[in-house]
Unconditional design. Structure first.
Length: 346
């Protein structure tokens, strides 16, 4: 089967690898319909973080179940499913608390790549999210909306829920990548009255407004803090979504919150240390981490997409085939695409 492989920083290739098979009773093998490139993939693509060379890549997909292990009863061959990047078991303390991204029962450490023709999905019985019908029942745009529920929309929603966004709130969203934009959409879905998006790029500013942003701030650092203070009569935001992960973004997120605000942090941390004293002096809360994809898809997000209440698939601004994997990564790396879509099969 064709699979995208990380050859070295800055270089992606497609290789013929063995088609995956069932290894554990809790596995399923999926035929991938659509996948995509994540902003977090760029960290190792750029050589900023380490990843094993010649390893398969990708962690977002929708597909058709082809086969299942003996312990899998909730999905069956032929089912159309969302394949979350999380592989929650559904019965450990973390999953039961709604944090399947932190499942306490990992199965094995094999690297599975979603950017390929087939995928061995672990913990398939609970973690896979069934989509009604088949891919042919949906429009191109709807398939893109459904694909976002494997990670990016769920991660943006996790930021908003972690920040405890509620109706009538003023929310600041740090980051104008696909996760940040989905954070804007999530804050709007949860009833925020004012959504301030931090963005310097016209195309992303336009999509942020389409998703519900009421204000745009292009400044960074202390200048951004001053703008938020001016927009909120000196009070600051009720909730802050940190969707970048850099030291500057985290520092700014803490500073733009009002006393008692909560920062929902989903940007993959790029520095281990932070000054927690800044949290103390303003009673700022800091929550967040790996998204609860299966939990939130089942509770809210799949229904919202099926009803047409949200259209997160708009974050896909360029589309590619699997053979164009290098171009797909380059488009995101060079900010020519907000998020690159990979059309794998019908």
């Amino acid at each position: 089967m064709k699979t995208a492989v990380f050859a070295e920083p800055g270089k992606m290739v497609v290789q013929e690898l063995s088609k995956p098979t069932i290894k554990n009773p809790t596995d399923a093998v999926l035929k991938i319909v659509r996948a995509c490139v994540c902003g977090s993939d760029l960290w190792w693509y750029r050589g900023i973080s380490k990843r094993a060379l010649n390893s398969p890549v990708g962690h977002e997909a929708i597909g058709i179940v082809e086969s299942v292990g003996s312990a899998v009863t909730n999905v069956q061959p032929g089912d159309f499913v969302i394949a979350p990047f999380t592989h929650g078991c559904g019965h450990c303390a973390a999953c039961l608390a709604g944090f399947d991204g932190d499942c306490l029962n990992p199965t094995d450490d094999e690297i599975v790549g979603y950017q390929g023709e087939y995928l061995r999905f672990k913990q398939a019985d609970w973690a896979l999210v069934k989509i009604p019908g088949q891919p042919a029942d949906y429009t191109d745009d709807q398939l893109n909306d459904l694909l976002t529920l494997s990670d990016v929309m769920a991660t943006g929603y996790h930021a908003a829920k972690s920040a405890e966004v509620k109706a009538g709130d003023t929310v600041v969203v740090m980051g104008d990548g696909a996760v940040g934009l989905c954070g804007v959409l999530s804050a709007h879905l949860l009833g925020a009255k004012r959504i301030i998006a931090m963005s310097r790029h016209a195309d992303r500013q336009a999509l942020a407004k389409a998703f519900g942003a009421t204000d745009i701030i292009a400044e960074r650092g202390d200048d951004a803090v001053k703008r938020v203070q001016a927009l909120t009569a000196g009070a600051g935001a009720d909730a802050v979504l940190e969707c970048v992960g850099t030291e500057l973004s985290v520092d700014t997120a803490v500073k733009v919150g009002r006393p008692g605000a909560v920062v929902g942090r989903v940007g993959v941390p790029q520095k281990a240390e932070m000054n927690t004293n800044n949290l103390f002096w303003k009673n700022i809360g800091l929550r967040g981490g790996i998204a609860s994809v299966t939990t939130d898809d089942r509770a809210v997000l799949l229904d919202a997409v099926l009803k047409g209440d949200i259209h997160p698939g708009k974050v896909f601004t360029k589309r590619f085939t699997l053979d164009q994997i290098q171009a797909a990564y380059e488009a995101m790396d060079q900010r020519e695409a907000i998020k690159s879509l990979l059309v794998i099969s019908d």
